[in-house]
Every structure is written in structure tokens, then in C-alpha cells.
Ligand binder design. Structure first.
Ligand code: GCU
Length: 654
């Protein structure tokens, strides 16, 4: 535990009141965890003279339907009551209570999560590596086995429960050979040991499965979802899993995507594939998360008609209404792939008869590999507030959509995220990235929570520092996404990163490749024409109002201009600047801001523990080096392309 003590649940000044005793009745895995947690926190408290109150946990005899299964009430008084219909509600209530204490904000409250699915997807491989992970190796697997020492998993489960996460999938969506056998003994028993730890914290375990399992481990010669033997195979496997893990959540599936097997091989569609698995899970209450990240990854760059952005909608929209009730379509926030800035997927607001979850990425694949500071809740909030104009609420924003379709208050909708955690001492690599894991949980629980409140809470719960230092950290967090966006690919065009690693600049890294991710820069201008009138027609996938906004260059927001339009370098943005001047200005400003972060971070050295100080300082130095590289490569490239001088005469290498 000591090694992993550097996080928001381990700050040692939890109690500014001395809770003399606590009462908790009940005997189940979760109430045992509550006993442990309370004991743990009591042992950390600072002891004050006064004995102010007692703490009583009340599992409601008479169910309060307004609280649902996970909601809770905290009533502060001489005796403080935490009440809920269920043990997990009490657990969430206790963690919230701790959070209120840490933030010096103790008051009576009622909380009910807004989303019923609040999930993390781990892209961990059984050899111990983590795909797109920058925080050390897997906490679940090592050397083609499940880890023996599970203390980190236990610590992690507590952290997740403390921010309301209730589901995890533990292995990579790219299910390789050995991982295919996670559904079978002897590995299944080990998976069950992990499920046991998560269960104590109200978290259900899921597995990513290989659609071709019947062939790879079942000695069948087909994985056709309509084939009787295949159907029987999955039924048997699923029954066996539930014998071992009675509350197993279900499967996550990446099919017919980036060379993963799927129903297309057999002339079947995604609904055929997903429903077959869903039927095997249904008697046990399990669900299938079927990912919509499906596109042609063998595109010819010469082909200007195919637009990767259109793929998910084209594949899944025609199938709306044909999925079983326990299938959930998992949709990445954007139509491309977790870019720093891209449009929001048009499937949201369009799919109306199907369960959906929104997929975010906490792993820093395109956001600086946990070497650059990037506060993701800002990006998440922009997406959650995006207006689809579907008729579910005033603007049909994403957070309303999630709750609405296919029926109001749907119980199978929510948010999931690619976790990106590893066994680094702080789990996230960059100390400040902990705020992203924390913030994801808070937003999945309540998408209305504001990003600066989240930053404030995380800082208060994590550091014992003065107000000035808190403000400095908060300012770095809040400004960090804009800073990063400023020195990387401009105006929503995306990529320009080194191929495969996705770290550092390479303007044309993907330009002549097969991945469908192009910027089309030439001597006159740049950007992807996705309009209906002259381009790929992607804009038409949005509902009318957004179609009009994005189709029209005058109403398209600046930050997405190059995602939707090809424009000359002299095009005037709404800011009044030309595109080329915007590129130069933002790239200089981005680097200057990183310089400022370094200065500010050094200023608060005395306030911080040395481990956190060094962790961030070293990373800021790398961020500075990398940001300069980005600035100079992008500015030089566009100077050479356009031949237009920087108005301010700054150094551009020619
Ligand atoms: C991206 C990422 C892959 C990942 C894929 C996915 O393409 O680079 O590593 O497997 O997304 O989401 O499935």
C-alpha cells in the first residue's frame, strides 16, 4: 500500500471532526469494505479535542425509490446519517462524506448517479504491456499470467469506487491469442479472483472477447453467428463463466475493426454478431458492449471519396432497432479517434432505438503520453455539452441523449473510458493525470459537474498545500488542453503525429498512408472538405441544425474549421485572424505557456512533496522540448507551403 499512497484517498487530514464511533449493520462483501474503509480513515484522522458527532450507516428498511440502487443521503447533525437502499449506496455515501470533509464542505446532500453505466476499459495485455498505456505495466497481468500480488488492484478498486465507477473490463479490446483463453480455465479462476476484489467495491468485471473464439479455442471451423455449433459454444462458455463469477458483467467486443475478426467474414452484420452473444448472456443478466469503431483501415490515400469519419454512422445507423435489449453500442466521442479536437459522433442523437454508451479515452494516446499535462475533463465537458438538437431536451445535448434513448431513463446507458492506468507509483504516470481519472468518475456520475469544481476537489483531496499553490495547480490544469491544442495540429484537422507511436510531430506522418487520416495541405490551403455540397458529405450525418452549422463555412466554429472545410491560408477566422497567422500565433503561444508552467511549478516547490514535485517538473521539461519541436515543425511546414511571413516577425526556420 505504501508504494501507492500518493493519491486522493490517502491524504492524511481527512477528519477535521473527531467521529467517535460509527455503526454499520449488515454482512456482505460491500459492508465489510465499508468497515475497512471507515477504520482506515479513522486511523488517518487528525485527532481534535472536541468529539463532535457519530456516524451511522442506515440501510433503509423501507426502500426509498427516489434513491434507486446506487443513490444515498447524507444528513449532517449531531449524529451524521448516511442512508441508502443498498450497501453500494452506503459505500458511495461514505466516500462522498470523505470528499466533503476533504473539501471543507460538509453539508447534508442527496445524490443519485445520472448514468447507470460508469465504466473503465483497460487495454491490458496478458504479457503485462498496456496498449496506449504510459503509466507502467499492467496492474492485472504479468508474464502471461494474472498478477500474484493483487494489492494494487485492491487499492485501485477503492479509488474507482470513491468516484462512483461501477464497471471495468480488464483486458485489451484487441484480444490476442492467450487472452482469448481468459474465458476458460485455468485463467478464468484467476479472473474470478480479480472479480472478487472489484465486487467488494460495487464494481462489475467484464472481459473483452475474441469473436473468433469458437475457431481459436473451440475446435470449430467457423465463428458464424448463425451457426448452431457457434451458438452452443458461446452458450456453454457463458454458462461456465457465470458458474465461476455469478455477477459477471458481460463482454466487450471489437469486431471487424482494424483486422479483428467479426461477423463480416460470414456475410453477417453487426447486429447478428452482437445479438448472438447477447442471447448467451441474457439468462444471466449480462450485457454486450459492441464497439462502433469500425472503418476501413486499408484506405488508399488517393481515394478522395472514402471518408473515415463517415464509417461508424454508415455501419450502425441502418441497424438501429435491430439489436437485442442487452446489447449496448459503444461509440467513441468523435467519428475519427480520440483527437485533441474533432467533431462529436453524429450517431448520438441519431440512434434512437438502441442502447448506447459514450466512449472517452483517459489514456493519453493523442494527448501527450502522460508526459504533457492535459486536463481531460475540459474536453469531456465540451463533448457532454455538445448540442445534437435531437428532441430530448432543449438542445438535445449529449448528456441528455445518454439518458434518453431508446427510452427515457434507460438503465443501460452511460459513459465508458479507456483507462490508461498502470503500475507506476501514482497509477497515471503524470501526477496531474490523476485528476483525469478522478474527473472521469465525477462526470460519469454527474455530467453537470463543472470542470473547475472537479479540479478544485481533486487538488483539495490530494495535496496539503496553501491557497496560492492550489490556484497555480488549478490554473495549469484548466489551461492545459488549450495549451496542448495550440502547439499541435491546428483547427480540428487532427493527427500530424509520428506514425504508430502517436507522440511528437510529423506533419505528413499519416498523409500518404492507409488510415484515412489526412489534412490535404497544399500551397493554397488545407483542411478536409466534408461538406455535402463539394466534399465527402459527412456533414449530412448530423441532424438538420448541425448539418447547416457545419456545412456553412460562416457558421462552422473556428476550432473545427479544418475538420469540415478546406480553406486558403488567407481565410479570415471569426477571431479576425487569417488561418496562417492563427497557426503561427497559437504555436508560439503554446510554447510560451509551457514555459510559464515550468516557472509556476518551480515557485511552489516548497509546498509540494518531493515525489510529486519531481514527477511533474521532469515531465514539464519534456513537454517544453516537445512543444518547441511541434511549434517549429508546424510553423516551418506552413511557411514553406504558403510562403506567407509571420506578421510579428518571430523566428520561423526556413
Ligand atoms: C486506436 C488505437 C489502437 C486501438 C484502437 C481502438 O486506433 O491507436 O491502439 O486499438 O484505437 O480503439 O480499438
Amino acid at each position: 500500500m505504501q508504494k501507492y499512497d500518493n493519491c486522493w484517498l490517502n491524504k492524511d487530514t481527512f477528519f477535521n471532526k473527531n467521529y467517535e464511533s460509527y455503526i454499520l449493520h449488515g454482512d456482505c462483501d460491500i459492508t465489510n469494505s465499508i468497515h475497512k474503509e471507515v477504520g482506515y480513515f479513522l486511523s488517518l484522522r487528525q485527532v481534535y479535542e472536541e468529539n463532535l458527532a457519530d456516524l451511522v450507516f442506515k440501510k433503509l428498511e423501507q426502500q426509498d425509490s427516489s434513491l434507486g440502487i446506487e443513490g444515498f443521503k447524507i444528513d449532517i447533525g449531531k449524529t451524521t446519517y448516511i442512508s441508502s437502499n443498498t450497501p453500494v449506496g452506503l459505500l458511495y455515501g461514505f466516500f462522498k462524506f470523505i470528499n466533503l470533509l476533504q473539501n471543507d464542505n460538509l453539508s447534508s446532500i442527496v445524490e443519485i448517479p445520472k448514468n447507470s453505466i460508469r465504466m473503465l476499459n483497460h487495454w491490458d495485455n496478458i504479457n503485462g504491456t498496456v496498449e496506449r498505456g504510459y503509466a507502467g505495466s499492467s496492474i492485472f497481468f504479468e508474464n502471461n499470467q494474472i498478477v500474484k500480488d493483487k494489492s494494487v488492484i485492491y487499492h485501485y478498486a477503492r479509488l474507482l469506487a470513491s468516484v462512483g465507477i461501477n464497471a471495468v473490463s480488464i483486458n485489451n479490446v484487441n484480444v490476442h491469442k492467450i487472452e482469448t483463453y481468459l474465458i476458460r480455465e485455468p485463467l478464468l479462476s484467476c479472473v474470478s479472483d480479480i472479480a472478487y476484489i472489484f465486487r467488494k467495491y460495487g464494481i462489475k468485471l467484464y472481459l473483452s472477447v475474441n469473436f473468433a473464439s469458437p475457431v481459436e479455442i473451440g475446435e470449430l471451423d467457423t465463428a458464424d453467428p448463425m451457426n448452431e455449433d457457434v451458438i452452443n459454444f458461446w452458450e456453454k462458455e457463458t454458462n461456465r463463466i457465470y458458474k465461476k463469477i455469478p455477477d459477471f458483467g458481460g463482454f466487450v467486443v471489437k469486431a471487424d475493426s482494424e483486422h479483428r475478426p467479426g461477423p463480416f467474414t460470414y456475410g453477417r452484420n453487426h447486429a447478428d454478431g452482437a445479438n448472438m452473444l447477447a442471447k448467451a448472456l441474457q439468462p444471466h443478466g449480462g450485457v454486450v458492449f459492441w464497439r462502433c469503431f469500425v472503418y476501413n483501415c486499408e484506405q488508399d490515400w488517393r481515394d478522395r471519396k472514402t471518408d473515415r469519419a463517415k464509417a461508424a454512422y454508415d455501419h450502425f445507423m441502418p441497424l438501429d432497432g435491430s439489436f437485442d435489449k442487452n446489447v449496448i453500442l459503444q461509440i467513441k466521442n468523435g467519428p475519427m479517434d480520440f483527437q485533441v479536437r474533432e467533431a462529436v459522433s453524429p450517431l448520438f442523437g441519431s440512434l434512437r432505438k438502441t442502447n448506447t454508451v459514450l466512449e472517452f479515452q483517459i489514456a493519453h494516446e493523442y494527448t501527450g503520453h502522460a508526459l504533457h499535462v492535459f486536463y481531460l475533463p475540459s474536453m469531456y465537458k465540451d463533448i457532454l455539452k455538445f448540442k445534437t438538437y435531437a428532441e430530448v431536451s432543449k438542445d438535445g445535448c449529449i448528456m441528455d441523449i445518454l439518458k434518453h434513448y431508446p427510452c427515457e431513463n434507460n438503465e443501460l446507458n452511460g459513459i465508458t473510458a479507456v483507462a490508461g492506468i498502470g503500475n507506476d507509483f501514482n497509477l497515471t504516470g503524470h501526477k496531474l493525470s490523476q485528476a483525469n481519472l478522478y474527473g472521469f468518475g465525477r462526470l460519469a456520475w454527474n455530467p453537470k459537474t463543472c470542470k473547475s469544481e472537479i479540479a478544485k476537489q481533486w487538488i483539495n483531496s490530494t495535496f496539503n498545500i496553501n491557497e496560492n499553490a492550489k490556484n497555480i495547480i488549478k490554473d495549469i490544469l484548466i489551461t492545459s488542453p488549450q495549451t496542448y491544442e495550440n502547439y499541435t495540429a491546428p483547427l480540428g484537422v487532427g493527427w500530424m503525429v509520428n506514425i504508430y507511436t502517436h507522440y511528437g510531430p510529423s506533419v505528413n506522418g499519416y498523409e500518404f498512408d492507409r488510415w484515412g487520416t489526412y489534412h490535404f495541405s497544399d500551397r493554397n490551403g488545407m483542411g478536409v472538405d466534408r461538406t455535402l455540397k463539394t466534399g465527402t458529405g459527412y456533414t449530412r450525418q448530423y441532424l438538420d441544425k448541425n448539418f447547416e452549422i457545419f456545412e456553412n463555412i460562416d457558421t462552422c466554429p473556428d476550432e473545427l474549421l479544418l475538420f469540415f472545410h478546406y480553406v486558403p491560408y488567407t481565410h479570415i477566422l471569426k477571431s479576425g485572424k487569417t488561418v496562417i497567422q492563427h497557426i503561427y500565433d497559437t504555436h508560439f503561444e503554446g510554447v510560451e505557456k509551457v514555459e510559464e508552467y515550468i516557472k509556476k511549478w518551480n515557485e511552489i516547490k516548497e509546498e509540494l512533496d518531493i515525489v510529486s514535485f519531481k514527477n511533474v517538473k521532469n515531465r514539464l521539461q519534456e513537454q517544453y522540448r516537445s512543444a518547441k519541436e511541434w511549434r517549429d515543425q508546424i510553423n516551418t511546414y506552413y511557411y514553406r507551403m504558403s510562403g506567407i511571413e509571420d506578421e510579428k516577425g518571430r523566428t520561423i526556420y526556413k
